[in-house]
Write a protein that binds this ligand. Structure first.
Ligand code: FE
Ligand code: CA
Length: 495
């Protein structure tokens, strides 16, 4: 190939899915990130040199090599070096010709038998990056946190049209190309939508700072889809083609292993990681295998349709895998990393209340089976992490949500959005009502941000990081609340 005359490292670097002896290292070559094909030849591959170092100045090189960035994978690299040291910091970078990428920092997971005593994990919880609803300022702050890893729980992109001004970002000096001003349907659309998001410097900083464990929600394909069923009931073959394009672009653009590579409209995304004996992470996919939302979706009264035990949020195979995993877990903290709100959320104090048919509330039999599985397994310290709703919540998972005196089976942390929903407000209109209607809801804040979770031998701490706004860049971050749940005695209380 003729030497590149333009910098191909316009979309940053990333690492993900750390294991004790490996971590995925990612980049995408795109001298022209807003053009189909990245401004590179349409076939073959570009050879990329890589370096992995034990220090930030690349003096103690652990490993070097060359990896292809194939055109068929839209010039992305998913390197999976083995034989690394557990629980160790590494730095990495890529090179093509005279062009060198930004430096990424990453960290392997602790060894599987790493003792709980003295162990600690600090984990970010992030979701929902609607590009045209605000700046990714939260991610600039996340990049500066001292973290072992980040969980991203869905809505990395949105499928809507984005105008030349990039909506709320109000790009007047350098408008976006007209290409983005239509909804995403095909592979080129989704690939370019990731290029747009990944051109954001705050997102690049957050990926370069920490390894991410990612999962998707709906907007990586289409709002509130369910399995093969699109929001507006498109013909199944049409929707499956859209899903295949979306899933392929997702895999290409995430720091995921070959094992997650999709085949047509199917992608094996749910997976499990150990973090020493301290924690286990079960990362779910609650979109690909779910039954259609009951009662036509939205907030509806529950009834025979939503309560049908044959309906499922996870699919049968994933549910069995999750519950079987509970049975052989020896971890102190069992963290279920997923998309949609798990605890019940009534929106009125009346006995009978509408519930969100898109969340676990619309699939109560699925929730009961998962909780029965955890309880039956004698699972230690269940923690559910969620996103989707663009607000912060701290909630106790109750055996019976109608009885505040029933057992608390675990805790749920819902992390707010990075930018979706514009600035938001500390107390949205339903703030009083939601807290009154749901005694297990200990905290609710409607602004943008992320959460930092700290797990150790004795407790889980959730620091809710919150921004004053995202429509103008540069807002500072504050810790708007801090909640703890003690190991062996689940239930949130303010710290
Ligand atoms: Fe969202
Ligand atoms: Ca969502």
């Amino acid at each position: 190939m003729t030497p590149l005359t333009e910098n191909p490292f316009t979309l940053g670097v990333a690492s993900g899915d750390p294991l004790p002896d490996s971590v995925v290292l990612w980049t995408r070559l795109a001298p022209r990130p807003y053009e189909p094909g990245n401004g590179l030849p349409a076939d073959g591959a570009v050879d990329v040199q890589w370096e992995l170092s034990r220090d930030a100045s690349f003096r103690q090189l652990e490993r070097t090599g060359t990896v292809p960035a194939p055109a068929v994978d839209n010039h992305t690299v998913h390197l999976d070096p083995s034989g690394l040291e557990p629980g160790r910091d590494y730095w990495y970078r890529f090179r093509v010709g005279r062009w060198i990428s930004p430096i990424g920092h990453t960290r392997t997971a602790p060894a599987a038998d790493h003792a709980v005593t003295g162990a600690r994990a600090r984990l970010g919880l992030v979701s929902c990056m609607q590009y045209d609803e605000g700046y990714y300022t939260a991610l600039a702050h996340l990049a500066r946190e001292d973290l072992d890893a980040v969980f991203f729980v869905g809505d990395y992109i949105y499928e809507n049209a984005i105008n030349a001004q990039a909506g709320a970002r109000n790009y007047t000096a350098t408008p976006l190309p007209a290409f983005f001003d239509h909804w995403t349907w095909n592979l080129t659309d989704y690939r370019l939508r990731y290029a747009l998001g990944k051109s954001d410097p705050d997102l690049q900083a957050a990926h370069a700072a920490h390894p991410w464990y990612v999962t998707w929600d709906d907007h990586e394909v289409e709002n509130n889809y369910a399995g093969d069923i699109s929001q507006h009931d498109d013909p199944v073959d049409v929707f499956r083609a859209r899903r295949a394009a979306a899933y392929r672009a997702y895999w290409e653009n995430m720091p995921l292993r070959e094992a997650q590579r999709p085949s047509g409209p199917d992608m094996p995304l749910y997976r499990r990681f150990s973090y020493g004996r301290l924690a286990r992470f079960d990362i779910l996919d609650t979109r690909q295998y779910r039954s259609d939302q009951a009662y036509g979706d939205g907030w509806k009264y529950p009834g025979p349709e939503s309560e049908d035990p044959d309906r499922t949020l996870t699919g049968e195979a994933q549910e069995r895998w999750l519950v079987d995993g509970f049975r052989d877990s020896t971890a102190l903290w069992n963290v279920v990393v997923q998309q949609v709100a798990f605890c019940r959320r009534k929106n009125t104090t009346a006995d009978r209340s509408r519930l969100s048919m898109d969340a676990w509330d619309g699939y109560p039999a699925s929730r009961e089976r998962v909780l029965a599985g955890a309880d039956g397994a004698g699972l230690a310290n269940l923690v559910v992490l969620s996103g989707d709703v663009h607000v912060h919540y701290a909630m106790d998972i109750k055996e019976d949500f109608d009885d505040p005196d029933s057992r608390t089976l675990g805790v749920e942390v819902v992390g707010t959005s990075v930018s979706s929903g514009f600035d938001g407000e500390e107390r949205p209109d339903d703030w009083n009502l939601m807290l009154a209607a749901n005694p297990h809801m200990k905290y609710y804040d409607g602004r943008r941000g992320y959460v930092v979770l700290t797990l150790d031998e004795t407790r889980l701490q959730a620091d809710f990081r919150t921004l004053s706004g995202v429509v103008t860049p540069g807002a500072p971050v504050t810790t708007s609340a801090r909640f703890v749940s003690e190991a062996g005695a689940p239930g949130f209380s303010p710290a």
